[in-house]
Design a protein around this ligand. Structure first.
Ligand SMILES: C[S@@+](CC[C@H](N)C(=O)[O-])C[C@H]1O[C@@H](n2cnc3c(N)ncnc32)[C@H](O)[C@@H]1O
Length: 209
């Protein structure tokens, strides 16, 4: 027998938003929401190219973090309600959507790729009072307001981010997926299975030492 279709993403999201404080039971629903393709196909507007803004060997394309890894990253980030979470290279915005729903966080997503920002805005359409997305290079981002920073970028660009990360206010949590920050001892490392590979997570707290 054919299964009844799941409600379209925009129909499911309003049901989740008011329930954001009931954490454990909700993760399943948030994961279900994040795994869905938005109901309407993306309209690809012609967008300016961004390739000239970043060196080829410093650019990692979109590799979405599996939802169970997202969950672990947010646990490691120890987010308090109302804190500001940045995802540097936010892709489709999944980490920030989960942070807003599960932790009542304010979120800022940065991505250099216009298409990723368009997708993220569509997915987070009903949360745009809590999540903003900015189309820019992470190296040109002011992180002074950040309480939590999520990173899934190549070591070459992370190395260039380090002077900014070292100047952050004390107590900022940084969680890096796949690559450790250079010359800093993480306060915790996690290795976990994703869908088809192992994931390495590195958690830090400023000041970085
Ligand atoms: C590996 S994906 C991670 C996506 C998301 N954070 C996640 O974990 O699901 C890296 C993202 O960073 C973006 N990106 C790569 N280099 C960037 C840069 N210099 N500035 C801003 N975004 C960048 C890419 O467009 C891509 O969406």
């Amino acid at each position: 027998m054919a299964r009844a279709p799941l409600p379209a993403a925009p129909a499911l999201l309003p049901a989740l938003v008011p329930l954001a404080s009931q954490r454990p039971r909700l993760w399943r629903d948030v994961a279900r929401f994040l795994r869905r393709k938005p109901a309407d196909p993306p309209t690809r507007r012609p967008r300016p190219s961004f390739e000239h803004e970043v060196a080829e060997d410093e650019f990692i394309g979109w590799v979405p973090t599996p939802i169970r890894v997202v969950r672990r990253m947010l646990e490691l980030a120890d987010i308090q309600p109302g804190e500001t979470v940045y995802d540097l290279g936010c892709g489709d915005g999944r980490i920030l959507i989960a942070a807003a729903l599960m932790y009542n966080a304010r979120c800022v997503g940065i991505d250099i790729d216009w298409n990723r920002i368009d997708d993220a805005r569509r997915r987070a359409a009903l949360l745009l009072d809590r999540i903003t997305f900015q189309r820019k290079n992470v190296l040109k981002t002011n992180l002074r307001r950040a309480d939590v920073i999520i990173i899934y970028l190549l070591p070459s660009i992370v190395a260039k981010l380090m002077p900014t990360l070292r100047r952050l206010k004390p107590g900022v949590r940084i969680v890096s997926h796949a690559f450790a920050l250079p010359a800093v001892t993480p306060r915790k490392t996690v290795r976990m299975k994703g869908i088809d590979r192992l994931h390495h997570l590195f958690a830090y707290r400023t000041p970085l030492e």
